[in-house]
Write a protein that binds this ligand. Structure first.
Ligand code: SF4
Length: 496
């Protein structure tokens, strides 16, 4: 017998009532109101007094399979009476407490560093390749005001100090004023300011030597927060601020070797947070998949088990496989414990990941591979025509990665390539870096699917780059380049 939660009210939706239809389920315990169509409302009405799948199928004239699917959808929304909903309601207090914690300034929160056998780390080596991203921002209001007042660009001649507003001189007689040094993009109805880019898509403040003129002439602190932030990445959770990396630095091999211990960066990180560096918050409660919630304490415990599974010798595949298997087991255990009835079996969507890790060529359908490769080729040529060489090369390498994945290019024992210890460590960094907070940004199963695909593409591209250089051994420059391409191409990879 399935029942609607007794504290959920079914009522006409006032917003839709004028149009003559529409219902909503008002759920005070979870502080929400869910819009419903007429057929969902009929189902919930039938459930208000309790119903079996057989009576529902008769009443609603649907097949048993359709009824099971609809009951599972209601369970995922925590609308059915049972342990699942009880747990979710209990976890609402955690969500409310975290919302209050978010009112505290980010810079005052504890910092949580990357951990592990040899955690990923970074010390800027000034390669300047970060200054050629598709968007160089967003700038804070203070950034925009400061940059507009600066004078810089001495690489092209003596500075014109004393001018009312900053100019960047591109050549004799050519000057860019304070307005043109910034560009704006519109996204989701909002305007964001970034540093303007030239025809080659690089920042106008970047010299021929790839160094930043603002940094050279005014010091690091004068640069926009987004520039100083790269490649750091922050997330807020009940534990404080989690610090990780966007593994997209073209000089990662050198930057990793030169870096000190993470806590040495604490003053710099607190200053960045104080100046408005973004720190997206993780969504509470954590969920293995919609309908399988877990408390923060349970997630930290599971996460420490994921971390403890790190092999002694860097092996990203073995590590990720152990994590996927552990998550699958946890999903099965929770699903059985929380089921409202035998018809409902909600599991994390992890199927296929173990097979993809064993046989990378099963990741993409052949037809999809051909389409993606053609699109990337076309876009790469378009960018090259516009003079955006770096982005054109990035997409050309991403095309190579897609083809390499399809060909099953991988490290032994799945493929024919060996790798240096440094290259293996960089591949392992993908797991170490992303498993701690990034996969918890949404549902954990979706995070693990993204992480698996990312790792497979990085590995396939690294093997492909080694093959292009006539080697059967992947070296650290190959993995550094592959990381740069993949982390810079996240929307393209998500679309594969
Ligand atoms: S302002 Fe400087 S650091 Fe920032 S993108 Fe431009 S050149 Fe790079």
């Amino acid at each position: 017998m399935y029942r609607l939660r007794s504290d959920v009210r079914l009522e006409r939706d006032p917003a839709a009532a004028a149009g003559g239809g529409g219902w909503r389920a008002v759920d005070p315990a979870l502080a929400r109101a869910i819009k419903l169509g007429d057929s969902d409302a009929r189902l919930l009405q039938a459930l208000a007094g309790g119903a079996t799948p057989a009576t529902l199928a008769r009443q609603l004239r649907q097949t048993p399979e359709e009824i099971h699917t609809r009951l599972a959808a209601l369970a995922r929304l925590y609308l059915l009476q049972g342990k699942r909903a009880q747990l979710r309601v209990a976890l609402q207090a955690e969500r409310t407490g975290f919302a209050k914690q978010l009112l505290q300034p980010a810079q005052a929160e504890p910092l949580e560093w990357l951990t592990g056998a040899d955690p990923p780390r970074h010390a800027c080596q000034g390669t300047g390749t970060c200054c050629g991203a598709t968007f160089l921002g967003p700038l804070t209001d203070a950034d925009a005001a400061r940059v507009r007042k600066l004078t810089f660009g001495t690489r092209l001649g003596p500075a014109q100090h004393g001018q009312a507003a900053a100019v960047l001189r591109l050549g004799v007689g050519e000057a860019i004023g304070p307005e043109q040094i910034l560009e704006s993009v519109h996204r989701d109805g909002r305007e964001y300011l970034g540093m303007a880019r030239g025809q080659d898509e690089h920042c106008l403040a970047q010299g021929q030597d790839l160094l930043c003129d603002i940094h050279r002439e005014h010091g690091s602190a004068a640069k926009p927060v987004a520039c100083r932030l790269f490649p750091l990445r922050f997330y807020r959770s009940p534990l404080g601020i989690h610090v990780s990396l966007l593994l997209a630095c073209d000089g990662y091999q050198r930057a990793r070797a030169a870096a000190g211990a993470w806590p040495e960066r604490e003053p710099e990180i607190r200053a960045l947070l104080q100046e408005g560096a973004p720190a997206p918050r993780l969504t509470l409660p954590f969920e293995l998949t919609p309908g399988l919630p877990l408390s923060s304490v349970e997630w930290w415990q599971l996460r420490s088990e994921f971390q403890a599974a790190e092999p002694q010798q860097a092996d990203a595949h073995a590590w990720l496989l152990a994590i996927v298997e552990r998550a699958h087991l946890e999903g099965q255990r929770r699903s059985a414990a929380l089921a409202e009835g035998s018809e409902i079996d909600i599991l994390p969507r992890l199927e296929g990941l173990a097979q993809a890790l064993a046989q990378p060529q099963t990741t993409l359908a052949p037809q999809r591979t051909a389409e993606c490769a053609d699109q990337l080729d076309q876009r790469s040529h378009d960018l090259l025509r516009r003079g955006a060489r770096h982005d054109a090369e990035r997409l050309a390498d991403l095309r190579l990665a897609v083809l390499a994945l399809q060909d099953g290019l991988a490290l032994a024992p799945r493929g024919n390539f060996s790798a240096t210890a440094e290259a293996l460590r960089q591949l392992s960094d993908v797991v170490a870096n992303d498993v701690q907070a990034h996969i918890a940004l949404g549902h954990l199963d979706a995070g693990l699917r993204t992480l698996t695909r990312r790792l497979l593409v990085v590995e396939a591209l690294a093997c492909s780059l080694a093959r292009r250089a006539g080697r059967a051994e992947v070296a650290a420059p190959d993995t550094t380049r592959a990381l740069h391409v993949v982390y810079r191409s996240e929307p393209d990879i998500a679309a594969l």
